[in-house]
Each structure stands twice: as C-alpha cells, then as structure tokens.
Design a protein around this ligand. Structure first.
Ligand SMILES: NC(=O)c1ccc[n+]([C@@H]2O[C@H](COP(=O)([O-])OP(=O)(O)OC[C@H]3O[C@@H](n4cnc5c(N)ncnc54)[C@H](OP(=O)(O)O)[C@@H]3O)[C@@H](O)[C@H]2O)c1
Length: 317
C-alpha cells in the first residue's frame, strides 16, 4: 500500500518506514530538513514538508500515519515552548481532519500519534484505553492532539469511511535515539538511581514491538480509536532502574535530586518522576504477540545492539 508517513524522519518513523518497506509498502515522507541529506532508498521517497501539499498527498495515498511533534526532550517548559509542543502536534492533526472531510473518497486509514501522558500522571492504579484523562499539561496536550480524530461534525456515514487510530505511546526504548541512550550514558557514569520515590509506574515499549504493533493495527481492520502502545508489563521505576544498573554492571544509588533528571531530560523527566502503569488492553484483546513483553530480555537486546553498532563503527587497525 502507499503510505503517507508524516514525522517519518524521527526515531519511530525511521524504524517504521524501514519495516513498512520490507513488507512491500511504499512510504512518502515529508520533511522540513534539507532533502539533500535525505537520499531516497528502496520504497522510500522524501519530499518537502508543507501544509499546502497535504490535500494532494492524502488523495494519492491509501494510509496516512502522522507522528509529527516537536521533540519534548531537553525543553524547559516556558509558556512559549509549551505552545510549540502543542501547536506542532495539534495544527497538523486538525489540518488532516479538515482535508479528509473535504475529500469525496477519504483516505481509508488515519493513524495518529499520542502518548500515555494522556492519563492521570499521579495515578498509581493500572490504566487502560478506557481510563480517564489526567489534569496536567501533558494530559491537556494529548487531549487536544487526539481531538481532531474524534470530531463528530461529519455525517456518521462519512466518518466511517476513514478508520481512525490514536496511538497512546509509552516510553520507546531504542538503541538508536530517544531516552534509552541517555539512560545508558547516565548509568555508565554511575548515576543510575531511583527517581522520586521509585514507586511510580514505568511504562515502556521496545522499538521492534512498537513498529510491529503499528503494522498489526494496519492489518487488523477491527481496531480503531485509542490504542495503548506499551509492553504488557509496566513496572515500578525502581525496578527498571535497578535492572538497568545491574545489566550494565554499575552501582545503583538510592536517590538523586530531582533537578538532575530535569537538567538531562527536560519536561520528559516529569513522565519519569510521575509515571503511570499502562496496560495495552486493546492490542492484547486482538491477539498481538510481543517479541519483548519482559524488561530484562528487552534491555539485553538493546544493549547488545549498541555494542554491535559501536564495534561496526570502530576503525580497523
Ligand atoms: N519516542 C517516544 O518515547 C515517544 C513516546 C510517546 C509519544 N511519542 C510521540 O510520537 C511521535 C514520534 O516520536 P519520535 O520519538 O519519533 O519523535 P522525533 O524523533 O522527535 O521525530 C519527530 C518528527 O516530527 C517532525 N516534526 C517535528 N516538529 C515538526 C513541525 N513543527 N512541523 C513538521 N514536522 C515536525 C520531524 O520531522 P523533520 O524534522 O524531518 O521535519 C520528525 O520526523 C511524536 O509526536 C512524539 O511526541 C514519542
């Protein structure tokens, strides 16, 4: 199928595009980056990003997957930066929604990113897709982000033409980018530690499972609405922390001041200091099989990949 992959140059999009192409799909990836640095590969075409081009692109593709969002890491949450986090996500989702409503034959499937930040960040209960939204900034952001996929001002018949899926994504663990390499760097310096009291939820997903779950959603027509993309075993943050320190053979200190993760991770740190216990009820119900449902094999795999990629970059003497 022909897939329009917005946000396809990021951590998730890059891995997803690779897999989609392996499965015989083709991807068009709009980007704001210089296209000179983005060489087309088998099945992937990079194009210049612009809002104006979206209607035509939608009409030329079977599926739209939108992962666009300004990176949350390292940002101190000034009012202006909060606005950028929200507007980079909401404006494109609203635009897609408005374009689809104007099309005679709307795109069959629209998959849009959201995050587990949707749920009440202070909750220590297990949450699933039916749980209520929280009240903090991240919840408000996710609600606004998901809203364009829930608009009801179209006729029910037309609304049914596009299957819409909102991906509530947990912390993605990948050896290539995102939060995991930062964790490894900090733990190697001996800074592995409880964050807060360590009893808050740590909901995570291995990058391979995240990508496989998106392919599963494409193939499973019965899935629509909100879908949690997280491993089936959310943990206490202290369990994650002790496990990673042990696998890296490094000390685990009892507590570091909260300002340190804030310095390192910016707003992302609030997701770690006040995490939730998310379970992927919908994926499980539809029979999705995880390659890495448990933390230790997931971390071992990612650490082995990191070592391999370092070896392959080392000069041959
Ligand atoms: N990684 C995680 O742990 C995680 C967890 C929960 C939710 N999510 C969400 O999932 C989505 C993808 O995550 P990711 O980790 O792959 O993000 P990422 O690596 O930061 O990539 C973000 C993508 O969005 C595009 N982008 C950013 N700001 C834009 C703007 N103002 N206008 C147009 N394009 C813009 C970038 O494209 P160009 O720079 O090429 O234009 C890039 O392709 C994000 O929305 C993120 O919030 C991620």
């Amino acid at each position: 199928m022909k897939i329009l992959l917005l946000g396809g140059t990021g951590l998730i999009g890059t891995a997803l595009a690779r897999k989609l192409c392996q499965k015989g799909h083709t991807c068009s990836i709009p980007s704001r980056q210089s296209l000179l640095s983005k060489k087309a590969t088998q099945g992937i075409r990079y194009i210049e990003f612009s809002f104006d081009s979206i209607p035509k692109l939608l009409s030329n593709h079977d599926i739209v997957i939108n992962l666009i969002g300004e990176n949350i890491m390292g940002l101190n949450l000034t009012k202006k930066k909060k606005q950028r986090l929200v507007s980079s996500r909401v404006s494109i989702a609203e635009h897609i929604s408005s374009c689809l409503r104007k099309m005679k034959q709307p795109t069959k499937l629209w998959i849009n990113a959201s995050a587990i930040g949707f749920y009440d960040e202070y909750s220590r209960d297990v949450v699933d897709e039916n749980s209520a939204a929280g009240t903090g900034f991240m919840s408000a952001l996710c609600k606004a982000w998901e809203q364009p996929l829930q608009e009801t001002d179209e006729s029910p018949a037309k609304a049914r033409l596009t299957r819409k899926v909102r991906l509530r994504i947990a912390l993605v663990l990948s050896q290539e980018a995102g939060i995991f390499p930062k964790f490894v760097a900090a733990y190697k310096l001996g800074l592995g530690s409880l964050l807060g009291d360590g009893l808050q939820g740590f909901s995570w997903i291995h990058i391979d499972d995240l990508v496989a779950a998106i392919l599963f959603i494409i193939e499973t027509e019965a899935i629509s609405g909100a879908v949690n993309l997280s491993s089936p075993q959310p943990l206490e943050q202290r369990v994650f922390s002790k496990t990673l320190a042990k696998l890296l053979n490094r000390p685990h200190i009892l507590r570091i001041p909260n300002f340190l993760p804030r310095l390192l991770l910016g707003e992302m740190s609030s997701l770690l200091l006040q995490g939730v216990y998310v379970i992927p009820r919908k994926l499980t119900k539809h029979g999705f099989q995880y390659a890495y449902p448990r933390l230790i094999p997931a971390l071992q795999n990612l650490l082995a990949r990191r070592s391999l990629s370092k070896l392959s970059k080392a000069p041959i003497s």
